[in-house]
Design a protein around this ligand. Structure first.
Ligand SMILES: *Cc1c(COP(=O)(O)O)cnc(C)c1O
Length: 532
């Protein structure tokens, strides 16, 4: 049995830090040869097509470079003239990867109206990577491709790609860091300001505001079994309070896994029309896992800044690829423009090192400049091969269209695992359209009541630190999950990721949870007998 002090010390750590401690315990678990880590959101599948296409592009880029200089390992630069023709000649239509590249080029020319030489050269140079990213925010054609992808996959039919500007970032992680930094630097949120978040939420959205000393209002949009898996839309009324400067949400949520449905989106649209000054940041990295998904950005484009990452859907966490999207007409620019002269002067001083007209520098460019402490704006920007990789991932799905088989397979993987786990645990499935099923939250106390009785639940609640179940699960059963409290969920909830274990592990996982619960119950029953 683990000691209570150790448990209390763990509860002070962040949820991801606790999880890595558990991993150590699970590897040496007492009973099983295997350990199961369903603690992380990293998927265990990858997209092959875009990766193979990337590799082909390197070969092509090298051949192109050798046309101008070719001395041993040293080659020259690529040239624009006729590059698309040479690219087409390089491709072998019988090869699947090459056929995809050929379709991709056709898509860029036919659907996006690009000049074929310009787009092939941009891709080739980006992948060869012999130039700084220019423009630093996003390479022009690659931005247009990613913009189209976001529109098709996340906007739910609202046509705003042309009004949208993107900044390519090192995954969603960097996007989040840059956003907090620029909001602070541009006085859009100040120390002590109140921000709202939809809880439970991905821990950095709780930790960073806390470290930055913002005060927080929680908007609980958790769909629960008691509520028949419906959300409490009234919670959103809190946003009408003018003291709330910003609303941060993860949609579909992590760990709750649910996306906002039509009623919530309608409500946000209405609130945004009343509160022109409200800043909304939406993190939609799981958007493609929900059928008929629509982002908050599509219903409140003026107020909203969107974060997207390729990490989860494409199994690309090592690539570090993501983006920030903002409308050309937006609350950020307007709030900055309306700040007092003294503040404007301060900004002028900061940004005048990178532009002659600092007051005209849009927020999205400030984000780019701020990401390199302004001074290194000229060498800012995401590495160009990463930008090209994002565009290639995007093209696989743009070409596949509405029912992209890759996306459908990814959704099915997590949905099947979810179903296995729920049926093993005997918990009703939440099969609402908006459930992405990428994660699920299991309430151990509720499970204890359901499988045994309310006395057992009370005993469990009062006799143990909340983390005890999680610790014993890793130590004795070799199963690593994450505690929900770190995400702002209610005590006793555990987060399971349906993304990172082999399919067959989800039944074992469920069984081991029940096994441990049974052991607690034995302990509980023996205590009861002594009392009598
Ligand atoms: C995984 C995750 C991220 C991080 O994405 P990366 O692109 O891998 O940095 C951001 N937001 C949420 C909600 C996530 O779950």
């Amino acid at each position: 049995m683990t000691d209570r002090k150790f448990e209390q010390s763990l509860e002070k750590l962040g949820a991801f830090e606790v999880s890595s401690k558990m991993l150590g315990l699970a590897k040496n678990n007492e009973r099983h040869n295997s350990f199961l880590n369903a603690g992380r959101g990293n998927p265990n599948w990858i997209n092959t097509r875009a990766r193979l296409a990337f590799a082909r592009f390197i070969s092509f880029g090298v051949e192109e470079s050798q046309r101008t200089t070719d001395e041993g390992d040293l080659a020259g630069y690529t040239t624009l003239d006729g590059i698309a023709g040479r690219f087409t000649a390089f491709l072998d239509e019988k090869n699947q990867t090459d056929a995809f590249l050929s379709q991709a080029l056709e898509y860029c020319v036919q659907k996006l109206g690009m000049n074929e030489d310009v787009v092939v050269k941009e891709f080739t140079d980006a992948i060869i990577a012999n130039n700084y990213p220019v423009p630093s925010r996003f390479l022009v054609k690659l931005e247009q491709i990613v913009n189209t992808y976001l529109q098709e996959k996340l906007y739910g039919g609202v046509d705003i790609a042309k009004q949208t500007t993107l900044f390519a970032t090192e995954g969603g992680t960097a996007a989040i860091v840059y956003i907090f930094e620029s909001l602070r630097r541009n006085h859009l949120i100040k120390e002590g300001d109140k921000i709202a978040i939809n809880t439970p939420i991905f821990t950095p959205y709780l930790q960073i505001p806390h470290l930055t000393m913002y005060s927080m209002a929680e908007i609980d949009l958790c769909a629960t079994e008691e509520n028949d898996w419906h959300m409490k839309t009234e919670e959103l009324d809190k946003l009408l309070d003018p003291s709330i400067k910003a609303f941060f949400l993860v949609n579909p949520s992590n760990p709750g896994a649910r996306a906002l449905g039509q009623p919530e989106l309608d409500k946000i649209k209405e609130i945004a029309s009343k509160r022109k000054d409200l800043i909304i940041i939406t993190d939609d990295v799981y958007g493609t896992f929900v059928n008929g998904f629509q982002t908050v950005y599509a219903v409140a484009p003026y107020n909203t800044l969107l974060v997207y990452s390729y990490s989860k859907l494409y199994g690309a966490t090592g690539w570090r690829v993501g983006t920030i999207a903002v409308n050309k007409k937006n609350v950020f620019d307007d709030l900055i423009a309306a700040m007092p002269e003294a503040t404007q002067k301060e900004f002028d001083e900061n940004y005048s090192i990178v532009t002659n007209e600092p007051r005209k520098l849009p927020f999205i460019e400030r984000l780019t400049a701020d990401s390199r402490s302004i001074g290194l704006y000229h060498t800012s920007g995401l590495s160009t091969p990463q930008q090209a990789m994002m565009a290639l991932f995007s093209l696989t799905s743009l070409i596949a269209g509405k029912n992209d088989p890759y996306i459908e397979s990814s959704k099915k993987i997590v949905a099947d695992r979810y179903s296995t786990l729920m049926s093993t645990l005997g918990i009703t499935e939440d099969n609402e359209r908006t459930n992405s099923k990428y994660y699920c939250l299991i309430d151990i106390y509720k499970l204890a009541r359901k499988r045994y009785d309310a006395d057992f639940e009370t005993w469990l609640r009062t006799k143990f630190e909340e983390i005890d179940f999680l610790l014993r699960l890793s130590e004795e059963e070799g199963v690593v999950l994450m505690e929900g409290v770190g995400f702002g969920a209610s005590p006793g909830t555990l987060r399971v990721s349906q993304a990172n274990l082999p399919d067959e592990s989800y039944e074992i996982l469920g069984e081991r949870i029940l096994q441990l619960l049974a052991e607690y119950h034995v302990e509980f029953s023996s205590k009861e007998e002594i009392k009598e």
